[in-house]
Design a protein around this ligand. Structure first.
Ligand code: NAD
Length: 265
C-alpha cells in the first residue's frame, strides 16, 4: 500500500517535465495519492495537460496566484471535485530578469513587490483559501532555497523572498497547529528548471555544486518528490514549521575546498 493512499493532494506550479512540481506529482502518484494539478497561463496548458494524463489526474486548473478571484475560484472547484483535501503543495516563484542579474541594491520597487507577491504572499493566500477544505492531519508545503539564509550571487530579491517564505512557513505552522494541519518547506539544491534558468550565473553554480556538496551529487526532482512524500504522509505527523534540506548536504559545509586540493592532501 502506498504512503499516500486515500489522500487528495493538490500541486501548484507545474510548468513542464523539468519542474520540481513534476517530481512531486510523480512521487505522489507512485504512493497512491489522488491528484489535482494547477498551473499558470494558457501557454503552459499544452505542456501540463499531457503530464496530468500520465498520472491519471482528472482535476487540472489554471490559476494565476496574483489574482484573488482566480484563487477563490480554484478553491471552489477543488471543493466541488474533491470535497476535502489532505495535501497542498506550493511550488511557485517568480522574479524579473533584471532583479536576478543586476546588483541587489538596484532592485526596483515593482520588481520587489512582484517577486514577494508571487513567491511569498501566494503561499499565505493559497493556505487561507484552501484551509476550509483541509482535513485534520493535512500537510501544506512550499519550496525554498539556501539563498534565503546565505548570499547566493544573483539570487538577490529571490533570496529575500525565500527568507520571507520560510518565516511564513513557521507562522502558518503556528496558526494551523491547533487544527492538526502541518506546514513545512523543502529547501532544494539547484536543479535545472525554467525558473532556475532566469537566475544569472546559474549554470556555473550548478556545475560547482556537486564538487562542494558532501554527497558529491546534484539533486533531482525525484529526490525532492520523495522528501515531499515524507512531508505529505503520516510518517511526518509531528513535524511542522520546519525547513527540510534536500541538497546533498551542501548547507552543512562552512568552508569549501576544491576537489584538486582535496586530492593533494
Ligand atoms: P518551474 O519554472 O518549473 O516552476 C515555477 C512555477 O511557478 C511555474 O510552474 C510557473 O508557472 C509558476 N508561476 C510563476 N508565476 C506564477 C503565477 N503568477 N501564478 C501561478 N504560478 C506561477 O521551476 P522550479 O525550479 O520547479 O520552481 C518551483 C519552486 O522550487 C519555486 O518556488 C522555486 O523557487 C523552488 N526552488 C527551485 C530550485 C531550483 O534550483 N530549480 C531550488 C530550490 C527551490
Amino acid at each position: 500500500m502506498g504512503l499516500l493512499e486515500g489522500k487528495n493532494a493538490l500541486v501548484f506550479g507545474l510548468a513542464n517535465d523539468k519542474s520540481i512540481a513534476w517530481g512531486i506529482t510523480q512521487a505522489f502518484h507512485r504512493e497512491g495519492a489522488n491528484l489535482g494539478i494547477s498551473y499558470a497561463g494558457e501557454m503552459l496548458e499544452r505542456r501540463v495537460k499531457p503530464l496530468a494524463e500520465k498520472v491519471g489526474c482528472q482535476w487540472v486548473e489554471e490559476c494565476d496566484v496574483t489574482k484573488d478571484d482566480q484563487i477563490a475560484a480554484t478553491a471552489e472547484k477543488a471543493a466541488q471535485h474533491f470535497g476535502k483535501i489532505d495535501v497542498l503543495v506550493h511550488s511557485i516563484a517568480f522574479a524579473g530578469k533584471d532583479e536576478l542579474s543586476k546588483p541587489y541594491y538596484q532592485t526596483s520597487r515593482d520588481g520587489f513587490k512582484n517577486a514577494l507577491d508571487i513567491s511569498v504572499f501566494s503561499f499565505v493566500a493559497l493556505t487561507n483559501a484552501f484551509l476550509p477544505i483541509m482535513n485534520p492531519g493535512g500537510s501544506i508545503m512550499c519550496l525554498t532555497y539556501y539563498g534565503s539564509v546565505k548570499v547566493a550571487p544573483n539570487y538577490n530579491v529571490m533570496g529575500v523572498a525565500k527568507a520571507a517564505l520560510e518565516s511564513s512557513t513557521r507562522y502558518l505552522a503556528f496558526d494551523l497547529g491547533p487544527q492538526k494541519i502541518r506546514v513545512n518547506a523543502i529547501s532544494a539544491g539547484p536543479i535545472r528548471t525554467l525558473a532556475a534558468a532566469g537566475v544569472g550565473g546559474f549554470r556555473d553554480m550548478y556545475k560547482h555544486f556537486a564538487d562542494a556538496a558532501p554527497l558529491r551529487e546534484n539533486v533531482t526532482i525525484d529526490d525532492v518528490g520523495n522528501a515531499a512524500v515524507f512531508l505529505a504522509s503520516d510518517l511526518s505527523a509531528r513535524i511542522t514549521g520546519e525547513v527540510l534540506y534536500v541538497d546533498s548536504g551542501f548547507n552543512t559545509v562552512g568552508v569549501q575546498i576544491s576537489p584538486k586540493e582535496e586530492k593533494s592532501e
